[in-house]
Ligand binder design. Structure first.
Ligand code: ATP
Ligand code: ZN
Length: 217
C-alpha cells in the first residue's frame, strides 16, 4: 500500500482528484473525508492542508504527495520531485501600485515587499543585485500597499484580476509554478513498484490529453 497526501480543498484539489480518477483509481473524495483507501488500487489518500504536505512526505508519514512547486521551493524539504503534473499553473510575481512609474528591478532597491514567499523573493532580488526587505504575511497580501504595510508585494498570480482590483500592476515574474508529484526519498521496493505503476498510468493519461489537444488545435 502506498500513501498519498493531496490538498483537502483549494486550488490543487479538484485537478488532483480528477487525475487519479482518470487513472482508473476508485476512491471516495467527499468534502468531510480526511482519508480514503482505494477499492481497486493499493493507494491510501490523505486529505490535508497543502503547506503540510512536503513535511509529511519528508518524514514518511505520507509516501508521496501533490504540491505546488512554489510551496516546495519556498520551504526546501528533502523530497524527490517525480512528475510535473501540468495543472495549477501560476506564477509568483512582483507587483507595485498601478500609478507608480516602474523603472526596472532597481525600483525595488530599499523597498519593503510584503509576501508569503520571503525565500523565493529574496533569492530572486539578491540574484539580481537588488537590496530590499521582505515582510512576511500569510494571506491577503494584495492589500498591503494600500494600508501602508509595504511598498510592493510578491504574490501568486494567474490572471492578474486580483492585482487590478487592488490597484496594483504586475511588473516582474519571480518564479513559474505548477503542481508536481513528490516522493519520500527512501521508499521500499514494494512502494517503489506501486509508484512506478501509478506514474505509468499518469503518463498514459497525459499522453491521451496531449493527443486530444493536438487534434483540437
Ligand atoms: P490550504 O488551505 O490548503 O493551505 P492555500 O490557501 O494555501 O490552501 P490555494 O489558494 O488553494 O492554497 O493554492 C494552492 C496552490 O495552488 C498554490 O500554492 C499554487 O501552487 C496554486 N495556485 C494558487 N493560486 C492559483 C491560481 N490563481 N491559479 C492556479 N493555481 C494557483
Ligand atoms: Zn496553504
Amino acid at each position: 500500500m502506498l500513501r498519498i497526501a493531496i490538498q483537502k480543498s483549494g486550488r490543487l484539489s479538484d485537478d488532483s482528484i480528477k487525475l487519479f480518477k482518470e487513472c482508473g483509481i476508485k476512491f471516495e473524495s467527499g468534502s468531510s473525508k480526511l482519508r480514503s483507501v482505494s477499492s481497486n488500487f493499493p493507494l491510501e489518500f490523505l486529505f490535508l492542508r497543502d503547506d503540510d504536505i512536503p513535511g509529511y512526505v519528508e518524514d514518511g508519514v505520507a509516501d508521496i504527495g501533490v504540491i505546488g512547486l512554489n510551496v516546495l521551493e519556498e520551504n526546501k524539504k528533502k523530497v524527490d520531485i517525480v512528475k510535473e503534473l501540468g495543472f495549477s499553473k501560476c506564477r509568483l510575481s512582483l507587483a507595485i501600485p498601478r500609478n507608480e512609474n516602474y523603472t526596472g528591478l532597481n525600483y525595488f532597491e530599499g523597498k519593503n515587499i510584503a509576501t508569503s514567499y520571503p525565500n523565493l523573493t529574496n533569492q530572486f532580488l539578491s540574484a539580481n543585485g537588488v537590496k530590499s526587505q521582505t515582510h512576511e504575511i500569510s494571506g491577503s497580501v494584495e492589500i498591503a500597499p494600500s494600508i501602508g504595510l509595504a511598498d510592493a508585494i510578491c504574490d501568486i498570480v494567474s490572471t492578474g484580476g486580483t492585482l487590478l482590483s487592488n490597484g496594483l500592476k504586475e511588473v516582474a515574474e519571480v518564479f513559474k509554478s505548477q503542481a508536481v508529484m513528490i516522493s519520500n526519498s527512501s521508499l521500499n521496493s514494494e512502494k517503489k513498484a506501486i509508484l512506478d505503476k501509478l506514474l505509468f498510468r499518469i503518463d498514459s493519461v497525459q499522453k491521451a490529453q496531449d493527443r486530444k489537444s493536438t487534434r483540437l488545435n
